[in-house]
Ligand binder design. Structure first.
Ligand code: FO1
Length: 314
């Protein structure tokens, strides 16, 4: 019998929580994460890949539990020294985290792909899950506002997601051989979409030329987890962006967004009344507790999502 394989499309902090639950409840090697790299940018001369690093740190047990990004036990001497020199300190690279950016930049300059560099990082940290960048070529997300087109981290970190958005430009890139192989792997049982921000973290993945088509060639069901609970997002600007784009801030609004992409939506138990409108939008609905505070919560949501996807198999 072929082992069940699962794919997860994920952004950073929110998605990494579900990735950790899946990593713990599935057999080693059964999970592959396709990660957003639309947030990647060059900063202080270094190639920074926030979502890849957040996933590696989370699965490797190294993440700062307070921020959800960066490393636990981090120190900030480098950043403070940059600030003393009058350099840019709005995007904070900790001393431990810095090593990854320096090493990634060195290896990329030597001709390695982002996929290879990420695999090496995962191996060093003993991960049992593969993390694949959505693209090796740059595919930067840009944020459209009334007066400007903003680079992602300028919008998200420097301007604290305060500008009102009117839309997004996704950066292209190209589906990698590793991603295409993962989509075509024998035994692919399901494709899961993490409760990451659909516009900032998932759309950039689906916009990579060839990637959405590769997902669709597999017969595996596609199941998303709603990042909206009781009309609000637990963290981050998802609800604000939905309001700005004129999308209903609800699990049903998420279902409309994923119509034609996902076959099913996991919505929070608090939104059970929305199961009917979600199904009317064309997605099968399953309710489960989706708030992930503890490792137990993450594993429970992982199990519920896997069970739901298994029930949708053709
Ligand atoms: N987020 C912040 O709000 N402020 C920061 O200074 C910051 C630094 C940072 C450094 C490395 C890294 O991997 C992530 C970092 N993040 C920071 C988080 C990150 O920019 C965002 O959470 C993601 O890009 C959105 O998924």
């Amino acid at each position: 019998m072929t082992t069940e394989r699962w794919l997860l499309l994920s952004g950073g902090v929110g998605g990494a929580k579900l990735a950790l639950g899946l990593d713990r409840v599935l057999p080693p090697g059964a999970l592959t994460v396709i990660a957003n790299t639309g947030d990647d940018f060059r900063h202080l001369g270094l190639h920074v890949s926030p979502d890849l690093d957040t996933l590696v740190y989370t699965l490797g047990g190294l993440v700062n539990p307070e921020t959800g990004w960066g490393r636990d036990g981090e120190t900030w001497q480098f950043m403070n020294a940059v600030a003393e020199l009058g350099g840019p300190d709005w995007f904070r690279l900790g001393d431990l985290d810095l090593a990854v950016h320096v090493e990634r930049t060195r290896r990329l300059a030597a001709g390695e792909t982002l996929t290879a560099v990420t695999a090496a990082l995962g191996e060093r940290h003993g991960l049992r899950t593969r993390i694949l960048p959505m693209s090796d070529a740059p595919a930067p997300t840009r944020v459209r506002t009334a007066n400007a087109l903003l680079d992602f981290q300028d919008y998200f970190v420097r301007q604290r997601a305060e500008p009102v958005v009117t839309g997004f430009d996704y950066g292209g890139g190209a589906a990698t051989p590793a991603v295409l192989a993962a989509c075509a792997a024998p035994g692919l049982a399901g494709i899961l979409i993490a409760p990451s921000n659909p516009w900032l973290s998932i759309a950039p993945v689906l916009a990579v030329p060839g990637l959405a088509a590769a997902l669709r060639t597999s017969a595996a069901p596609i199941v998303a987890v709603s990042p909206i609970i009781a009309g609000a997002a637990l963290k981050g600007p998802t609800a604000k962006i939905m309001r700005e784009l004129g999308v209903e801030v609800s699990a049903t609004g998420i279902a409309h967004y994923y119509r034609g992409v996902a076959d099913g939506l996991v919505l929070d138990s608090a939104d059970a009344a929305e199961a009917t409108p979600v199904e009317a939008a064309g997605l099968r609905a399953r309710t489960a507790p989706t708030v992930m505070r503890t490792l137990e919560d993450r594993c429970a949501l992982a199990r519920a999502t896997l069970d739901f996807a298994r029930s949708l198999r053709p």
